[in-house]
Design a protein around this ligand. Structure first.
Ligand code: ACM
Length: 414
């Protein structure tokens, strides 16, 4: 499929389809679990299919399941099929922990693919570490963590901000208004933003955090109107980001004068926001749906064929997809009759593969080398890339904290 073709298709739906138009989830019931052959390899798929974060997380489930289906259709892993066991943590961190436990203890999954917000990752982390289980987490996040039980496929702050911040300060000015949801990810990401702003001679005019699911941004809009920042730096997630973007647009702000630079808004949120309201604003991410590569054309075309021509791929679903292939590649090098977390991790570290965004590599700190970009949203719901890193960028999980680093053993050294 030509890039032009899927861009046209991706832009062809109306924004009215929005949140209600998610594709039907494929949930394996207990009965379907029982049909799994005894030598199938059990894996967990743990993304919210319901609740306020389903707008993003549903697409992660779909992307991971697409990879599982493709792998099984092509003969599995050395002849053994992946048996994907799906749980819905319903956008609730406590349910995340409970379902993670179920997948590890009851279902004996050798890996779990899941988590979107850092709140969800932190909820399953104790289960992962206590049981020495392996979780594959596809989302951009704040860093400041180096568990030996998580393989991190999304960008950390240096991969989302290092190129973008100098560019933004130069182009728009250094007065930043920071807005995000009230949890660890926006706060830590903003710490790094403040560090870079200080180096660049910029300033934070206001910093505010709203609860998950927050939908009335009138007081933030009033404050933005009176502060007149150069840039609104947004880390709102899920339905909060959709509400914020719509109300920002309704307030009549001109993106050329006062752009939103988001670290979380992907094609999935833009689809829910409506193309008009999103257009002109920016997102920093290592992947956009329109990326021109054979691997991406294959991914997008398979995704649209499987889930519908009006669906979108994005920088978190891309990682949810390629991480299943990284797992497969690791399994292919180990003894499938004795699959352990240590064996999978050892095989995965240092491995590289051609992902839709380009060649990605798992660092010994278990984070991923990625290809940072800045995209500006267009009227068709797709991003035009305005800034691209000249090379793949290594993850620095402690970039905001001078002198701290992950060691290969997963320890934090100061
Ligand atoms: C996030 O919470 N890591 C977006």
């Amino acid at each position: 499929m030509k890039r032009r073709d899927f861009l046209t298709k991706a832009g062809a739906f109306s924004s009215a389809s929005a949140i209600g138009a998610l594709s039907a989830p494929m949930v394996l019931t207990g009965a379907r679990r029982a049909l799994a052959a005894s030598d199938d390899i059990p894996i967990g798929i743990l993304y919210s299919l319901t609740g306020g974060l389903a707008v993003a997380e549903h697409t992660l489930h779909d992307a991971a399941m697409l990879a599982v289906e493709e792998i099984n259709a092509a003969g599995g892993v050395n002849g053994r099929k992946l048996n994907a066991i799906v749980e819905d943590p319903a956008s609730d961190p406590a349910t995340y922990a409970e379902r993670a436990r179920r997948l590890i203890i009851r279902d004996k999954c050798v890996s779990v693919f899941g988590g979107y917000t850092s709140a969800s990752r932190q909820a399953y982390l104790p289960v992962a570490e206590q049981r020495n289980a392996l979780f594959w987490y596809p989302t951009l996040y704040e860093g400041r963590e180096c568990s030996r039980n998580v393989i991190y496929g999304g960008a950390v702050p240096n991969q989302q901000q290092d190129d973008v911040m100098p560019w933004a300060v130069e182009k728009f000015g250094g007065r930043f208004y920071l807005i995000g949801n009230n949890y660890v990810y926006p706060k830590e990401e903003n710490n790094y933003c403040k560090k870079l702003l200080a180096e660049l001679g910029g300033e934070v005019v206001h910093e505010e955090y709203v609860p998950f699911g927050h939908s009335d941004f009138s007081s933030a809009i009033n404050r933005i109107r009176s502060e007149k920042p150069d840039v609104v730096f947004a880390t709102t997630v899920g339905d909060s980001d959709v509400a914020f973007a719509r109300q920002f647009h309704q307030a009549g702000f001109d993106p050329e004068e006062m752009p939103v630079i988001s670290l979380t808004r992907s094609e999935a949120e833009v689809r829910a926001i409506g193309n008009d309201a999103a257009a002109g604003h920016f997102t920093s991410a290592p992947y956009f749906m329109g990326h021109d590569s054979p691997e991406n054309q294959k991914f997008v075309s398979a995704y649209l064929n499987r889930y519908g021509e009006d669906q979108v791929t994005h920088f978190v679903s891309e990682a949810a997809y390629f991480q299943v292939y990284q797992f497969k590649a690791a399994l292919e090098t180990i003894d499938l009759d004795n699959i352990t977390t240590d064996a999978i991790r050892d095989a995965a570290v240092g491995s590289s593969m051609m992902a839709p965004q380009g060649e990605v590599l798992i660092d010994e700190n278990l984070h991923t080398h990625l290809w940072p970009k800045l995209g500006q949203w267009q009227e068709n719901g797709q991003a035009k890339v305005v800034l691209t890193a000249s090379d793949r960028v290594a993850p620095v999980p402690f970039a905001a904290y001078d002198g701290q680093t992950c060691t290969g053993a997963g320890l934090i050294e100061s």
